[in-house]
Design a protein around this ligand. Sequence first.
Ligand SMILES: Nc1ncnc2c1ncn2[C@@H]1O[C@H](COP(=O)(O)OP(=O)(O)OP(=O)(O)O)[C@@H](O)[C@H]1O
Ligand SMILES: [Mg+2]
Length: 331
Amino acid sequence: MGVEVRTEGIVKTFGSQRIWQDVSLTLPPGEVSALLGPSGTGKSVFLKSLIGLLRPERGSIHIDGTDITTCSDKELYEIRKLFGVLFQDGALFGSMHLFDNVAFPLREHTKKSESEIEKIVMEKLEMTGLLGAERKLPGEISGGMRKRAGLARALVLDPQIILVDEPDSGLDPVRTSYLSQLLIDINAQIDATILIVTHNINLARTVPDNIGMLFRRRLVMFGPREVLLTSDEPVVKQFLNGRMIGPIGMSEEKDEAQMAREQALVDAGHHHGGAEAVEGIIPQMKATPGMPVRQAVQRRKQRVREIMHTLPHAAQAAIQESLDEEGAPVA
Ligand SMILES: Nc1ncnc2c1ncn2[C@@H]1O[C@H](COP(=O)(O)OP(=O)(O)OP(=O)(O)O)[C@@H](O)[C@H]1O
Ligand SMILES: [Mg+2]
């Protein structure tokens, strides 16, 4: 099973720039979580902090019980082996064809024979729809293929924690749906703890068990998907619906006065505002038939039942509805 990832009150600054503060969250073992937030709010910085590439100035990060902000370099090296990471830019080696790129972690971190390596690499390339492209260089394939190659490479060491930074960027809507399904299927197959950073609203609505959002240097919320998807927070509603009306502006946050002026223009029919709001919750995606059952589903049911009374009413109602739909009593 995947391991627990827990941050407690972490703060990250670069020089005089505070990126975020007081970020506390727990990624439940084996569940899929998503982190949303406008551009520049420090989502990538957060992922890099989780694997110890960046060190927060305050707070602690516990990976499977080890605090990586205080552990030794040797311990950190061991902890990093638990991770499979897809960085935002894909980070493929430009001079290596896809096969060697994907094989790289296996050659670097294991003593597997070339025939074993080939078996694993081809399996991951097939999983990500890249069979036939294994002799191509990163510069010779599309952006979407590079993303998938990065994902294939993130999977070769059978990670217990998978971090993916905008896996959907550069993918068309159909490929994004396939990718969403792939992430759920991977979770069903290896029961890893997964954190997805995404701007894709459809993916956010259908894939994760838990959703969080960074805004104004804070984690505005993190919890079961129903909490964010039924939230009345203006910033959450704006983001989920891709609207211009709300606290998020093009390059910076808006103040109250500007928000009121814009809302008045929309009400008077002079401003479009962007997409219409979608209300309610779309059912969560399930593993493809024939895949193993997602172990996380039962565990999450149990967990959510226990914290249910602490959640907002709208979230409670949505959770109850999904529990009723499933029909199966929880032991
Ligand atoms: N190594 C670094 N040194 C200094 N500043 C940095 C560094 N890495 C990131 N930043 C700054 O931290 C802020 C957050 O960056 P980050 O890349 O995490 O945003 P993001 O939420 O991932 O945005 P996007 O959605 O556009 O990918 C930015 O202002 C960025 O300039
Ligand atoms: Mg980013």
